[in-house]
Design a protein around this ligand. Structure first.
Ligand SMILES: [Zn+2]
Length: 333
């Protein structure tokens, strides 16, 4: 089954580029930028990755990205992920980036996006992996800062396919960003947002995302299963759910494998993704293998997960169809 998954044409839709910063690259960038890290070795960094909920993860996560300073740093970060993803036969990725995690510490927006964009172009030309960028707002900052970030993105509108919302959800509901999302929609961005797993008011936040924000997709969204009306709303609108099993295992009590099984059985467009693979020790291949083991997934289930993913991408119909044809050809072999 591991071999079958390795050969499967894959699609990743929930991936924070800052969460792909491996300890080896962290050391390299620290040296390049003359930054002293409080760790002596790669092993020491990995040992420090101990978190058991969202806030404890986020603390280590934001500390780690301080080594990202220049355009080549962001290029190298994205290129390392795209190389890894291509090696796992990820054919297409929609990549989150958090501009405020950088602008808030003095790194300009254009440095971040230019580095990422250049890597996407080079990866497509050299490795054949295609990717687009989704700009996320940090929900624990003020809505006004998110709006200012949205406005500063407009000169780069053609480089960004949509917007998302991440970071600490507690006390930061979707409606806090209603005006930001309305403006993003007007500017032509597609809309997604995190509805993290087992949060305070999880189901109410999912309801707000669907009904008051009008999202095109939901990141995580596992708790929707607790409310039949939400399941129906997700199904009726054909909304995709980008779920991250290994990540769930770190920040909640389990991978939520049974929930993913139920979503598949309900015909929801659930997908499997890696979230922050450098921190959770698993890229998309490892996530699919872990889930396949936990649920004894069939080949049909695995193909269905990837079909869902390609189907809910923010690509033109004919490009989606080309990837789906590739997937069908693999499944038929
Ligand atoms: Zn995430």
């Amino acid at each position: 089954m591991t071999d079958f998954i390795a050969g499967l044409p894959k699609c990743e839709l929930h991936l924070h580029i800052e969460g792909t910063l491996e300890p080896e690259l962290k050391f390299e960038l620290a040296e390049r930028n003359g930054i002293e890290l409080p760790y002596a070795s790669v092993e020491e960094i990995r040992a420090a990755y101990s978190f058991d909920d969202l806030p404890s993860f986020l603390k280590i996560y934001y500390e780690g990205m301080d080594v990202l300073r220049t355009e080549p740093d962001f290029y190298d970060l994205a290129m390392a992920y795209l190389r890894k993803a291509a090696s796992q036969n990820v054919r297409y990725a929609e990549i989150f980036f958090d501009p405020q995690a950088h602008t808030s510490r003095g790194v300009p927006f254009d440095i971040v996006i230019r580095g990422l964009r250049r890597a996407l172009i080079d990866a497509e030309n050299r490795l054949g992996i295609k990717a687009q960028l989704i700009m996320c707002f940090l929900r624990d900052f003020q809505a006004e800062y998110a709006m200012a970030t949205l406005l500063s993105s407009l000169p780069y509108r053609e480089w960004i396919v949509g917007v998302g919302l991440d970071s600490d959800e507690k006390g930061n509901p979707p409606v806090k960003f209603k005006a930001v999302y309305e403006r993003a929609r007007q500017e032509g961005y597609l809309l997604t947002m995190h509805c993290d797993v087992d949060q305070e008011n999880s189901t109410e936040h999912i309801r707000q995302a669907i009904e008051e924000i009008g999202v095109d997709r939901i990141d995580h969204g596992v708790n929707s299963l607790e409310d039949p009306a939400l399941v129906e709303a997700i199904r009726a609108r054909g909304l995709g759910l980008t779920v991250c099993p290994i990540s769930n295992g770190y920040v909640t009590d389990s991978m939520k494998a049974d929930a993913i099984r139920r979503m598949l059985d309900l015909g929801l467009r659930v997908t499997v993704n890696s979230d922050d693979p450098a921190y959770f020790a698993g890229y998309v291949q490892e996530n699919l293998v872990a889930l396949a083991d936990a649920l004894s997934l069939s080949r049909e289930d695995l193909v269905q997960l990837e079909r869902n993913a390609f189907e809910i991408t923010w690509l033109p119909r004919h490009v989606k169809d080309a990837y789906l044809a590739e997937l069908d050809a693999y499944a038929a072999r």
